[in-house]
Design a protein around this ligand. Sequence first.
Ligand code: DGJ
Length: 741
Amino acid sequence: MNILYDESSRTFHLYNDEISYIMIILPNGQMGQLYFGKKLHPGRDYSHLLEMIPRSMASYVFEGERTLSLEHVRQEYGVYGSSDYRFPAVEILQKNGSRISDFQYQSHRIQAGKPALPGLPATYTESDSEAMTLILTLLDPVTGVQLELLYTLFAQGGIIARSASFSNRGNEPLHLLKAMSLCLDLPDCSYDWIQFSGAWSRERHPRMHRLEEGIQSVGSMRGHSSHEHNPFLILKRPSADEFQGEAMGFSLIYSGNFLAQAEVDTHGTTRVLLGIHPEWFDWKLEPGESFQTPEAVMVYTSQGLNRLSQTFHRLYRTRLARGFWRDRERPVLINNWEATYFDFTEEKLLTLAKTAASAGIELFVLDDGWFGKRLSDRAGLGDWRANRDRLPNGISGLAEKIEALGMKLGLWFEPEMVNKDSSLYREHPDWILSVPGRNQSHGRYQHVLDFSRKEVVDAIFQMMSDILKDGKVSYVKWDMNRSITECWSAALPADRQGEVFHRYILGVYSLYERLNQAFPHVLFESCASGGGRFDPGLLYYAPQGWVSDDTDAIERLKIQYGTSYCYPVSCMGAHVSAIPNHQVGRNTPLNTRANVACFGTSGYELDLNRLSPEELEEIRAQVDFMKKWRKLLQFGTFYRLSSPFEGNTASWMTVNDSRTQAIVGWYRILNTPNPPYTRLRLTGLDPNRLYRVREDDRFLGEFYGDELMNAGLITSDSGSGEALEGRKASCDFESRIYVLE
Ligand code: DGJ
């Protein structure tokens, strides 16, 4: 890994064993982009990659000649209005009404390691040898705005983390209307665009189309990263697939409004932009003030989508997630939500906990309804004190009883929200986001607290720490169940209202940070009506997140498969729930529900006391399996093998670092009568190792890695209800787990 600057060609070359990233100082002093891709020879002059062909209708920078048209060169951080007509990375409204800026190279610094981004989640290093950072300092001479572009090159993997920081060094206040985290101009447009989209209960389904001339974008203006679109984008070569070919991933470490966009111009170049959504963004910069954008991570690979995902997984698992739980195997939990909803008493909870403990479950999570007057979703949010009618001995009393059963207690909070029917709202009606004189829209009968205000965050921190401080609660599920409307803060002047969405998220981060610091051993799980804020920003504070409110195993196949393109298995909360499933009414076999949930931070979410002794026995065995193999399941190298979006079967696998153990999950949606022979070609194994393969308790034989990867693992069965020897008759929604040692 190194970062080179060559004074004669005025080029920068960032490279490690996998990638090169090359930039040039353009003739007008702005920064130009030359190359991002597979590693090129260091020490060479690549300035010829800057092509400046005169074109009709172009506008040119220099009087009297036709060379530099910003529209026709690739830029590092594009500006609009001075010969570039593409969507820009930055827009600054100045006192005279102009929005043009001209950021010229001043100097640069190259340093070991990676600086932290104050108040923002970001990737980090544990030693200076893990990464190098280039900081380019640019200046707009007219406004005096200094722009620092940060590029951190990691030693391992094709990863560059980027962000931008603005300081107003002039004499006039300015308005930053657009400040993207990443702008990348690519020399061609021969890519498939993959976005991860959906809605509540069907989050992060991959959607792919060929890049076309014009704009393609996804984003969120809901105040959270959203169920609808994830702040993650892949561009892959049309010929690339899971196992080979070029691909780039772009991920924003942010939980608020975002925009991910690609613009293909009519000369076939592509501009990728990723950052805070500019709609409704207006950050006032007084002289002397600064603004730091969130971080965006870009990954390049020439080895297919699995490799791309594995690079993100490793980075986000080990250098974005933090704290005590980062590398620890996660407890198998039971959550009472789908077992009881709001209808519970302490006695009922303890009956459930007792059965869970007997099944080997380690953590009992008490979900919504334990506080204030929260008997339904119409009241109580904001009053984070135990409801003594339901829990006569409070949270500590309940925790002691749970601990006596050999389990730990976890607790649900929705810190950012308030019901109007609550003491908090009655005391502080002005603490919600709302516009004076206008209607206050609600979502799920609740309103959004103004987390841009420190006193609001302080009050919630106080109530939460009062519950957490006796150390009885070892896990917190942090929920968030509505999008923001009427985004206006009573604490800010008119010309700063465009800051509220971002300040809100900074408030969320600050509360998370304070809780992380105060309660370092508490395991946090993020949630937003399931996967409404499943983003890298929250992964920095909560090492796991509730993937979706849809707990149906077959729906989960798609959701977890799509989620895995960016996010590691160790952060995917996945539970076994009841049948008929509460979201889709589907009846799936108990083993399939567990076989999907075990590829995640697994748990249960059903009334165990309604199950038969045989089913409980099966759950005991599942919990044993999850505990025995969770290190491999949660922290192994994950591969997607076949997609539930493309056929009737889905499969994935995980392999340990020494390639001595692997677990394969195979899932068939509908049964097929009299099916053909089938084989599953595995991957990531050691070709020269002999693996003992078991399917449940059935020993299938010993096979070399080369056979399993090239000839494949035989998965045939007779279908049509005819059982093969030693195996149950096949059925719809069938699945198998293969363990290789
Ligand atoms: C939405 C979450 O996703 C559910 O798991 C549950 O916690 C409910 N909220 C509780 O209101």
